[in-house]
Design a binder for this molecule. Sequence first.
Ligand SMILES: Cc1ncc(COP(=O)(O)O)c(C=O)c1O
Length: 398
Amino acid sequence: MNPNLSRLQPYPFEKLAALMRDIEPPAERAAIALSIGEPKHATPAFIANALVAHVHQLASYPSTRGLPELRQAIADWLGRRFGLGPSGIDAQTQVLPVNGTREALFAFAQAMIDPRADALVLMPNPFYQIYEGAALLAGASPYLLPCTEQTQWLPDIESVPEAIWKRCQLLYICSPGNPTGAVMDQARLMRLIELAQRHDFIIAADECYAELYLDEANPPPGLLQAAAALGLDDYRRCVCFHSLSKRSNAPGLRSGFVAGDARLVEPFFQYRTYHGCAMPLQHQQASLLAWQDEAHVIENRRRYREKFDAVSAILDGVLAFSIPPAGFYLWPRTPIPDTDFARRLFAEQNLRVLPGRFLSRAGEQGDPGLNHIRMALVPPLADCIEAAQRIRAVCEGL
Ligand SMILES: Cc1ncc(COP(=O)(O)O)c(C=O)c1O
């Protein structure tokens, strides 16, 4: 068996189930889960209808490269969203559809890493656990970049030693971040791109929350946008990952894309033909329409904004938190240890949240997830309000 399998950690939700195993929550309180970051707003009907209208395409094998018209719709969207300019992005060589960013973020490391003994994959801490598993199964070691209040919840890239950059083969970044919602500005992205050129590593930018932001006039910048601003119009050493799961409330469609440097996209394509993960044609047809429409995404953002406003007003004064510029998570500090707080919320209020330590690892400077919880504002507004009131009640009873 692959010995690296034993290096994998249980997934956060397994840890949560174990933490809550002995608790009988109060039956008179309806269960509310803020623990899982699964979008719950309805998938727009036009996406579901397109899926049904093309279901006869089940009779054909899809190609790994994807339909040219889907890749073109994605390239057009990237150009519009990130202002990529006249050279834009080439739908033939710089874009591939993927079955959601999770599989692609994982598979990308398998295709890109040279598993030498000193191979490092750098990633934020706390993180989306797929980055860690991808690094381990690719035969590399994860190197964690703490994201704390002191670092504005972003990796402190200037503190990374030169010797570490030299061993870095791949850097995962997540902006807007899960769980903190922190956004990297263009200057920071440009600095990372310069480091990638100098030390010859690849940047994999997980941008699956890039379409959920609070200020309509201020969308989070993307990695390709920063590369273009540096004049790197081949996006050298840069790829970004986007998804319809959060943007279009379609996590079950399993649809996203990878885009960027053709010298990376092409070998990733080759890997994927062997891996056998082409997107079903009816999913490609539905995705094509989703990338062409913005109205449903604007409405989606409005609904998250409404939830952030309501929840933060209720929690103000009982928990320490800042409203993030993007994403759909709150990342408050807890008044008692995070696992104890999560257990009390479940035991007293039938409310599930994720302890921060389940999303992080202890490092030399401590564990940046300790004494935080992640609250995913995905249930309906009324449930988010009810959840915030229950948290307030527990805090007031401490
Ligand atoms: C940071 C981050 N990246 C990637 C994903 C995967 O999303 P999907 O595979 O649905 O595109 C998630 C899902 O929760 C996430 O939080």
